[in-house]
Each structure stands twice: as C-alpha cells, then as structure tokens.
Design a protein around this ligand. Structure first.
Ligand SMILES: Cc1cc2nc3c(=O)[nH]c(=O)nc-3n(C[C@H](O)[C@H](O)[C@H](O)COP(=O)(O)OP(=O)(O)OC[C@H]3O[C@@H](n4cnc5c(N)ncnc54)[C@H](O)[C@@H]3O)c2cc1C
Length: 314
C-alpha cells in the first residue's frame, strides 16, 4: 500500500496488486473492513484516504463511560455560558443571503438574521435532490461538490435479552463476523449486560435499509439464529426489547457518515472555502485529517469554521 503514489479506488488497487487466487482471503477482508467500518463503497472509495486513516487507527476502541451525551452537555454549557442560544426543533428550510447578511427561515416560518452562517447539516442532506435547504441565491457548485464525497449507510439492530445466552456458548465474545444479512455483532464486553448490537455498514446495508423495521428485526434474529445455531422461537422468547436504527431513513441524517472517494479532495477544498465570506460549512464530512467519519472530525471542522469566521470578521 505504501508504494501507491497516485490515487485509485480500493477495488482497482486489489485488482492491480492482489488479483491472484492466493489473495482471495485478503481481498475479502479488506473489502469487508472498508464496507463495515468505513461504510464505504469500495468501487469508489479512495485508497490513499483509507490508507491514511488505517495507518493512524489505534488498535483499541473505547466507550465513553456514562454516555456520549456528556460531550454534548459540556459543549452546550460552554456555548450558553458565552451568551449563545440553542434552538431545538427548529428545522431550517431556506437561507437567503448576500455578503454579511443572512436570513434563515425555518419550516414553521420563523426568521433569524445574522451576518454569517455555518451550515452543519450532514452531507446526506446536502446530497439529497431536490435540496432540503434552499439557498437564495443558489450555491450550486457546493451541491455538486457534495456528490463527490461518499456518504455511507448503517443499519443498526439493538437487541436486549433476558440473559446473555451467548456466554454459555463461548466465553469473552467481543465481536462476531458472519455471512448473514446482519453480518457484524458485538456484545457489551467487559460488561455482561445482555445486549447484542448488530451492524450492517456501507453496501452491506443497501438491501436492509429499504426494508421496514419489523423485517429488519426478523432478519437480525435470523442472523443470530444461524450464528448461534438456535431456533428462532427460542431467541424470540429471550428477547425483551429491540431498536432498529436505519440511518438512511432518518430525515435529519440521510445516511451515517462520510468516506473519501477518488476526487473528494477537490470537493473538500470547495466546502472549506466560505461563500463570499458569509456562508461557512462544518461537520465531519468536511474535515481534512486522519480520523474521518468521527465525532472528533466534526469537532475539529467546527472549530476551524469558527476560526475562519473570526479571521473573516477582521
Ligand atoms: C451508527 C453510527 C455509529 C457511529 N459511531 C461512531 C463512533 O463510534 N465514534 C465516533 O467518533 N463517531 C461515530 N459516528 C460518527 C459521528 O456520529 C459523526 O461523525 C458525527 O456525529 C457528525 O457530527 P456532525 O455535527 O458533522 O453531523 P450530525 O451529527 O449529523 O449533526 C447535524 C445536525 O443537523 C441537524 N439538521 C439536519 N437537518 C436540519 C435542518 N433542516 N435544520 C436544522 N437542523 C438540521 C440534525 O438534526 C443534526 O443534529 C457514528 C455514526 C453513526 C451513524
């Protein structure tokens, strides 16, 4: 990988350097990882971008004890402490603007004025046609650029059971990978809380995301039934609660998180250049660094946009 100088897609890379039959297992592992973890379509994903990310990736993954909302609460407190105001359930439908003069109109007809605006909706919303937020005058080159960055899907299946039945079958199961409709599962290890999380990312989610939640739940149970060689009825009797998160269907997300395609670097340059010193973009998809698709990426990008606004105000 290190020898590659010119960008190509992951599929092109595997075909060029690892087409021999003896690399079949390696090809499958690379594609599964890029699809499952990076939610990427390997026929479009940039090898150079994934290489940068994979080289940086730490071996360990962490949970935030007490939940991720502590981060949001901290940011909220800081923002309000500095005199900021946060409006929830305010869906933006239109933005009228000229240099240093912005009017934001919500779908319930309220208007808000300012001299700058930072757009932080997900890339999925910016890729949706017709545009969910309409700009007057339009900023078509940004909407075109949005389609040059990848935005993957995730379907998550959370199943809570009466007991952690899998512990009897095998000790210390962290992750499970299988050739099933819901292919990846993890437990709450080191906690023995009886919850299993199923995950289908990228192309693995394309079929699932079209189905309704009940069908996804049944496919999740069927996947577990095959993995643990248990009857479906047995699993259903143990099930106490379930939740399906289908990110493509969420009207305020329209997908999960971004990945770089060949050519995305140009699109990022466009998004990281403000429109007439007035409209700025921030969010995980517009971050340029080794940890794309993360909360960290969103935070860094937001801070950069704020710094840019301050420099444009001088
Ligand atoms: C299933 C899944 C698992 C993940 N796991 C991890 C992980 O383990 N670690 C990690 O670091 N990252 C993870 N991520 C990625 C992380 O959640 C994102 O990178 C991060 O939340 C992106 O933040 P953002 O502010 O760019 O966008 P978002 O969090 O999408 O924020 C955009 C906001 O815009 C709002 N919005 C949308 N439309 C409108 C509108 N018209 N008007 C007003 N507001 C609107 C939305 O409601 C939302 O609040 C995961 C993501 C998913 C989907």
């Amino acid at each position: 990988m290190n020898e590659v100088k010119e960008d190509l897609t992951v599929d092109e890379f595997l075909k060029k350097y690892f087409s021999d039959d003896k690399y079949k297992g390696l090809r499958t592992s690379v594609v599964r990882f890029a699809e499952g973890f990076d939610v990427a379509d390997t026929s479009k994903a940039s090898l150079l971008a994934l290489r940068e990310e994979w080289m940086e990736e730490e071996n360990s993954h962490y949970r935030v004890p007490g939940g991720h909302d502590q981060l949001i609460n901290h940011l909220e407190k800081q923002c309000k402490g500095l005199g900021g105001q946060i409006l929830t359930s305010a869906v933006v439908g239109e933005i009228g603007w000229k240099k240093n003069d912005v009017t934001v109109i919500t779908t319930d007809g309220k208007t808000y004025n300012g001299n700058k605006v930072i757009i932080t909706v997900s890339l999925g919303l910016l890729q949706t046609q017709p545009g969910i937020i309409r700009f007057h005058p339009t900023i078509d080159n940004y909407f075109m650029a949005a389609r040059k960055i990848g935005f993957g899907s995730v379907v998550k299946v959370l199943l809570q059971f009466k007991e952690a039945f899998w512990e009897e079958k095998k000790k210390n199961i962290g992750f499970l990978f299988a050739n099933e409709p819901v292919p990846t599962w993890w437990t709450q290890l080191p906690s023995s809380y009886p919850l299993l999380t199923g995950w289908a990312g990228g192309p693995q989610a394309w079929e699932l995301e079209k189905k309704d939640d009940e069908t996804i739940l049944q496919l999740g149970l069927q996947s577990l039934s095959n993995i643990f060689k248990m009857r479906g009825r047995e699993l259903t009797q143990l099930l106490t609660a379930s939740l399906i998160a289908n990110w493509r269907n969420d009207p305020f997300a329209r997908g999960a998180y971004s990945y770089s395609m060949v050519g995305s670097a140009e699109a990022l340059k466009i998004f990281n250049t403000p429109v007439n010193s007035t409209i700025f973009f921030a969010g995980e998809a517009f971050y340029e660094g080794p940890a794309p698709g993360t909360v960290e990426a969103a935070l860094v990008s937001g801070r950069n946009a704020a710094k840019k606004i301050m420099s444009h105000e001088q």
